[in-house]
Design a protein around this ligand. Structure first.
Ligand code: ZN
Length: 196
């Protein structure tokens, strides 16, 4: 729209800019990211979303007003990404939602829904039964954890397994679930209390 107006020599209406969706990446040099929303990227490249927040914070002074995107990034990284409840129930007690997952190391890593549980000690015990404790890493379903694992990943296919587990836990998996990860379903995870 804006381009058409320029073509005919009219002024570009600044309000048009406000109408662009602050959730959606439309100004990236990275084609992979174009057209995706921040929520979907939380499940694909969470470190990228954090970098966007860092860049927004760098540019802000105490007097300046935060952009809509900056506010959304803050909400995703600092609030929702850390406190969002999963949609899957603990297989051991059948009561609480899963909060914890374990990564098992032997010949690469292995993460499956079987190795997830709620926070209750009993359930954690059951999840860990029969495993050597020193070959298991226990983590929480928080996006800061996902970023930590992305940063430390030596192997992309290993990190993909963790991403897949997160998608499963939040109900937007591509393998174990019927709901696929799209802009819409990812937005639903963060802003509409889970799947649509
Ligand atoms: Zn449980």
């Amino acid at each position: 729209m804006a381009a058409t107006k320029k073509l005919f020599g009219e002024k570009v209406d600044l309000r048009e800019k406000d109408e662009s969706n602050p959730h959606v990446i439309d100004d990236s040099k990275d084609e992979e990211k174009e057209g995706k929303n921040l929520e979907k990227l939380m499940f694909e490249d969470p470190c990228y979303v954090k970098v966007l927040l860092d860049v927004s914070e760098d540019g802000i002074t105490p007097q300046s007003e935060k952009s809509e995107r900056h506010k959304i990034l803050e909400e995703l990284i600092k609030d929702k990404g850390e406190h969002l409840e999963t949609v899957k129930t603990c297989r051991y007690c059948g009561e609480e939602k899963v909060k914890i997952f374990s990564i098992r190391f032997s010949d690469g890593i292995s993460t499956t829904p079987e190795f997830t549980c709620c926070e209750k000690e009993d359930c954690i015990e059951k999840m860990l039964s029969g495993t050597k404790r020193n070959s298991v890493q226990i983590e929480r379903f928080q996006f800061s954890v996902l970023r930590k694992l992305q940063r430390s990943a030596t192997n992309w296919s290993d990190f993909k397994k963790v991403i897949e587990l997160f998608r499963w836990a939040f109900g937007v998996s591509w393998r174990w679930d019927e709901v696929r990860l799209t802009n819409k379903t990812a937005f639903g995870v963060f802003f509409q209390g889970g799947r649509e």
